[in-house]
Ligand binder design. Structure first.
Ligand code: NAD
Length: 331
């Protein structure tokens, strides 16, 4: 089976070159791609591709592969992959499920605490010799109610850590099979001091945090997002930061974040970016320049341990595919 790896870091490249068994022919590329990507002839007939979260795996891109049977996502999220197209062509999509349940949960608290204790501005000020104690007065976690939207693999780890901080945990999920207290989404909005998002991005969860949601929340609510930017209506978020409803935002993700990260494949130019993302680009910049907002560039996953686990799980997925085992397949 020929497997084409895109978007590889040097470490990943070495790992897959070394460990991919002789049953597979690997094509290892550090390149990212978009639907305009011109496929080298030698990979057109590959049966499998492995991708990270930074490329959009749409039908236009997938159609370039005449013989594709498997996609090995080196991520948990698969909202960047056109699953309907894959279903129509019988392409199986594997993810690196569970590579970073604790990793993302730890990071959720890292950005939450950084935001509510004003750590970034304190660091900037101490370096500039302009410290003003009253500016850094923040909030505590102890005794607060944490509303977790999506009590899946990551959400459960978040709940565990929250308990260690003596927080009250309430959850909203379509599945309610866990020891935690489940409430309706409206009740979660009404009761939470802090709301953290851990659902996948889908048509059902798009803008789950919108103007109507904010209207039900407590004054001073804190919003944490380590899942996907599309879960939050950024216009409503900015408005509710400005009117004081939201006290802090800590977000590792933004809608159309590739442009903000400077990872857009072509040189940045107005005509290269679709109108929707261009609009989000300006809104994201507005958000990042609003006070009490902490944004990081989709790095919740990024520990040595988790990146190693992504490679190990992906390799196992590739071997499983050869053996007809569908563990970690999402479709
Ligand atoms: P998971 O599938 O284990 O958990 C998701 C939970 O959401 C499930 O319990 C599911 O029932 C629930 N859910 C799905 N749709 C819902 C809906 N419409 N309403 C209510 N609940 C719903 O996934 P996970 O491993 O916990 O990952 C969650 C998300 O975290 C991923 O989809 C991904 O977007 C994000 N993520 C981000 C990073 C990062 O680096 N920032 C890394 C890994 C994962």
């Amino acid at each position: 089976m020929k497997v084409v790896f895109f978007d590889l870091t040097n470490e990943e490249k070495v790992y897959f070159e070394t460990n991919l068994s002789k049953d597979f022919v690997g094509y290892f590329s550090s390149e990212s791609f978009d639907s305009n990507y011109i496929l080298p002839a030698e990979i057109e007939e590959a049966e499998a591709i492995s991708v990270f979260v930074s490329g959009k795996i749409d039908a236009q891109f997938l159609k370039k592969f005449s013989n594709l049977k498997y996609i090995f996502a080196r991520s948990v999220g698969f909202d960047h992959i056109d699953i309907d197209y894959c279903n129509s062509k019988g392409i199986k999509v594997y993810t690196a499920k569970h590579y970073g349940d604790n990793t993302i949960a730890e990071y959720t608290f890292a950005i939450l605490l950084s935001a509510i204790r004003n750590i970034p501005s304190a660091i900037t000020d101490v370096k500039a010799g302009k410290v003003k104690q009253s500016k850094y007065r923040g909030l505590e976690l102890f005794g607060k109610t944490l509303g977790i939207i999506g009590l899946g693999a990551i959400g459960k780890q978040v709940a565990k850590i929250a308990e260690a901080f003596s927080m009250n945990v309430i959850c909203y999920d379509v599945k309610t099979n866990s020891k935690y207290q489940f409430v309706s989404l409206d009740e979660l909005f009404e009761k939470s001091d802090i709301i953290t998002l851990h659902v996948p991005y889908s048509l059902q969860t798009e803008n789950i945090i919108n103007a109507s949601a904010f209207s039900k929340m407590k004054k001073g609510v804190v919003i944490v997002n380590t899942a996907r930017g599309e879960l939050v209506d950024v216009v409503a978020l900015i408005e509710n930061l400005n009117n004081g409803k939201v006290s802090y935002v800590a977000s590792d993700v933004l809608e159309c974040e590739n442009i903000v990260h400077g990872n857009y494949k072509k040189d940045f130019c107005l005509s290269c970016v679709d109108e929707h993302c261009l609009q989000k680009f300006f809104l994201n910049n507005k958000l990042m320049n609003t006070s009490n907002v902490l944004v990081t560039p989709h790095i919740a996953y990024n520990t040595y341990e988790a990146v190693k686990r992504i490679s190990e799980i992906t390799l196992k997925n590739i071997e499983n595919a050869k053996d007809g085992i569908f563990k970690n397949v999402v479709n």
